[in-house]
Design a protein around this ligand. Structure first.
Ligand SMILES: Cc1cc2nc3c(=O)[nH]c(=O)nc-3n(C[C@H](O)[C@H](O)[C@H](O)COP(=O)(O)OP(=O)(O)OC[C@H]3O[C@@H](n4cnc5c(N)ncnc54)[C@H](O)[C@@H]3O)c2cc1C
Length: 357
């Protein structure tokens, strides 16, 4: 999803908005649409550098069967469809930023603060934070952290900066393979200057990606190596080589300029626990009328919430987002409270998506 979703990067400043959504997973994305139908525009913040939450990060290539009216689609395709559905409402995305603070202001609005200094002042906040902010699993090699953000990276924000002489990508999932394939296709790379390193000769990525990878290896565009990074060499403060240990214990040096690590993601509830919101077993307690937390104007939808009978399913999150949107409108535009308009008869919506002629 990363390359398709190089959305807005807004400089750190105070942004005033009606609605802020924390989390760009499937439920956060549908929340954009549900609010948009009620003429409420939203800003969306996510800790990941791409949209899509769990379906994009954990099972992009795997099929989902229980989305109403879509008999089968992959995690990636579901997110693409949700993005398309939300697009007419022009959501503003702030990706790669974790919301750290949430404070009520004297005028009743909520001030959100992100880890990079971004601040949003919102009349309502919808927390669609899933199982927490995703953080990359880090490489456990003593001392290698010193090269982070210079030669060692856990994500790709700007692919152009990774075009280098010797690129090593480690991991065996969709992200590792997608990026290995992406870079191997670029003419800037000399044959076999890209190495994909994985601890075993097997992948958890989509079958089509594995087939493409094998073809690139056969064409000498890419080298595949089985092993794990156990040490490194440096010269003048620069990372120059990795020590790779094979499954049978043989150490081999591997020259490197840039190291990209995709060892999976760990969700962390993190700062949400400090926002004075009622929690039950690390989930936000909500009512089932508005999906509001114990703080007025703060809603919680999707995997992050809990209530009697809760099921952590995407379609349940869609329902929650719909009711939360109507409750949000009662705060933002109380004069319109209770008004129900079908999308089939919504002239504004038809104009927005180009069907109003
Ligand atoms: C392997 C697997 C298969 C699944 N299959 C199905 C299925 O077939 N059908 C189904 O209905 N469900 C399925 N699920 C469950 C489904 O993926 C979840 O119910 C769904 O992703 C929940 O969506 P969400 O938007 O609530 O949260 P998430 O998808 O978890 O997204 C939450 C987002 O919030 C961000 N975030 C959290 N905290 C912060 C913060 N403080 N600041 C900024 N960003 C933050 C995270 O980075 C994340 O991107 C599956 C789950 C897994 C793991």
């Amino acid at each position: 999803m990363e390359r398709e979703n190089q959305q807005t990067s807004i400089p750190s400043a105070l942004i005033e908005t009606d609605a802020a959504i924390i989390g760009a997973g499937p439920v956060g994305l549908f929340q954009v649409f549900a609010l948009g139908l009620l003429e409420i525009q939203a800003h969306v913040i996510d800790a990941l550098p791409h949209v899509g939450g769990q379906p994009a990060a954990l099972y992009a290539g795997k099929p989902i069967y229980d989305i109403p009216a879509i008999p089968e689609c992959s995690g990636r395709a579901l997110i693409e469809r949700l993005m398309r559905q939300a697009a007419p409402f022009a959501p503003r995305f702030h990706l790669g930023r974790q919301v750290q603070t949430l404070q009520r202001q004297p005028d009743g609005r909520w001030l959100l603060g992100a880890d990079d200094g971004l601040a949003l002042l919102a009349r309502v906040v919808v927390i669609a934070a899933g199982v927490g902010a995703f953080q990359p699993k880090r490489l456990r090699v003593a001392g290698i952290d010193a090269f982070e953000r210079r030669q060692l990276f856990y994500g790709v924000d700007d692919p152009a900066r990774f075009v280098s002489r010797r690129l090593v990508i480690t991991g065996g999932g969709d992200s590792a393979l997608d990026w290995a394939i992406h870079f191997a296709a670029l003419a800037e790379y000399a044959p076999a200057s890209i190495t994909l390193l994985h601890r075993r000769n097997g992948f958890t990525a989509a079958d089509a990606s594995v087939a493409r990878l094998r073809a690139l290896c056969d064409a000498n565009r890419l080298r595949f190596m089985v092993g794990q990074i156990s040490g490194f060499e440096q010269s003048d403060g620069k990372l120059t080589a990795l020590q790779v240990t094979s499954p049978d214990g043989i150490n081999t040096p591997l020259a490197v300029d840039t190291l990209l690590v995709f060892h999976g993601l760990t969700p962390r509830l993190g700062p949400i626990a400090d926002w004075q919101l009622a929690l039950e077993r690390k989930q936000l307690a909500v009512d089932t009328e508005k999906f509001q937390t114990n703080q007025p104007g703060i809603f919680a939808v999707g995997d992050i919430n809990t209530y009697p009978g809760k099921q952590k399913l995407i379609l349940c999150g869609f329902h929650e987002a719909t009711l939360a949107a109507h409750a949000a409108r009662a705060i933002i535009a109380p004069e319109q409270e209770g008004r129900l308009q079908y999308s089939t008869g919504d002239a504004r919506l038809q104009r927005l998506i180009g069907g109003g002629h």
